[in-house]
Design a protein around this ligand. Sequence first.
Ligand SMILES: NC(=O)C1=CN([C@@H]2O[C@H](COP(=O)(O)OP(=O)(O)OC[C@H]3O[C@@H](n4cnc5c(N)ncnc54)[C@H](OP(=O)(O)O)[C@@H]3O)[C@@H](O)[C@H]2O)C=CC1
Ligand SMILES: O=C(CO)COP(=O)(O)O
Length: 345
Amino acid sequence: MARVTVIGAGSWGTALAMVLADNEHDVYLWTHRENQAEEINTEHKNEAYLKGVTLPETLNAGTSCQDAMDGAAYVLLAIPTKALRDVLSQLIPFMKQPMYFVHAIKGIEPSTFLRPSEIIKHLVPEALRLDVSVLSGPSHAEEVSLRKPTTVAVASSNANTSNQVQDLFMNTHFRVYTNPDLIGVEMGGALKNIIALGAGISDGLGYGDNAKAALMTRGLAEMTRLGSEMGGNPLTFAGLTGIGDLIATCTSQHSRNWRAGYLLGTGHSQEETLQQMNMVVEGVRTTKAVHQIAKEKKIAMPITEAIFDVWFNGKMAKTAVDELMNRTRTSEMDSMDELFGERPF
Ligand SMILES: NC(=O)C1=CN([C@@H]2O[C@H](COP(=O)(O)OP(=O)(O)OC[C@H]3O[C@@H](n4cnc5c(N)ncnc54)[C@H](OP(=O)(O)O)[C@@H]3O)[C@@H](O)[C@H]2O)C=CC1
Ligand SMILES: O=C(CO)COP(=O)(O)O
C-alpha cells in the first residue's frame, strides 16, 4: 500500500481520496481550511462539497504542508488550474524525497497556455519528481463518492508510470484505463468544459436535444482540431477523456460548467452566474485561453468563439446561436478529412 497525499479537499479531491482510502492506501487529504480538516477527521464528512456523503474513517485530513509531503510516494493534485502555481509553491519547500505527481485538473493557464502537467514540470525541480501523469475522464465527484460505476484514463509519457497509477486507483467501481497520450488526455479534459458551457447556454435558451447533439458533435470536431494541433492524438478525442467526458459534462446537472452556461442562457449576467456557483467553473478561463490560442494558430473554432463572445463580450446568446446556424455552408466530410486524414472509402 502506498502513502498518497491528495492536495485539495474540494469535491474532486475528496472523492478521489475516498477511492484511494477504499483501496487501503495511507491517504493524507491536504486542505487550506482548518475547520474542514476537523470536519473530515471527526465527523467523516465534507458537507460543503459532498453533501450527505460519509467518508471512510481511515481518511486523514490536515493543513500541514510538512505532514503532507513527509514520506509521500504519490501526490495527487485536485485543485483548480488557477491555484496550481500558488499551492505548489507552498509545498515545494517541504518536498524532501522524489515523488510521483498525478493531477486530476481540467484546464489551461490563460496567461501561458500551459497544461497542468507542464506547470508541474516547470515548478517542481527534476530531482523531486519521478514522473507526472494526468487522471481524467467522465467522472462527476458526486457519483464517484457514492461508489457508482465510473471509468477514467491515466496518461503519462512513461507506460510503467501509467500502469502504477492504474493499480493505485483501480477497484470494482472505479475502472482505470491507460493511455500513452498525455497531451490529448489533458486537452480533452480542458476543452470539453467550453462545450459544456455551450450546452448549458443552449438548454437555458430552451433549445432541445437536436441543438445539444449538434453542439457536442461539432464541439468534438473543434476539440480534436485544436487538441491535435497542440500535439495530441486525434483518436484520443474519440475515447473516455474526449467524447466520454463531453457526454458526461454536457448532459449532467452535476456539471458546474453546464450549470454556469444554463444560468447565462436563462438571462443571468456573467457576474450573477459566478456568484451563484460555489465551486470552480474551469471552462470560463479555458475559453479565454483557447480563444486566444485558436486566433494565434489560425484554427477554426466557431463554437468556442461564440461562447467567448457571449461570456466576455456580452453578446446575446440567441444572436450567437443564430450566427452559428447561418455560417457559410460546408461539408461534414471535409472536416473529417482534416481531422483523420484520407478517407478509407
Ligand atoms: N468535481 C468534479 O466532479 C471533477 C472535477 N475535476 C477537476 O478537478 C479540479 C478541482 O475541481 P473541484 O474539486 O471540482 O473544485 P471545487 O471547487 O469543488 O474545490 C476546489 C478546492 O480547491 C481549493 N482551493 C482553491 N484555491 C486554492 C488555493 N489557492 N489554495 C488552496 N486550496 C485552494 C478549494 O478551497 P476552498 O474551499 O477554500 O475554496 C477547494 O477545496 C478542477 O480542475 C476540475 O475541473 C475533474 C473531474 C471531476
Ligand atoms: O469534469 C467533470 C466530470 O468529468 C466535472 O465537470 P464540471 O467541472 O463541469 O462539474
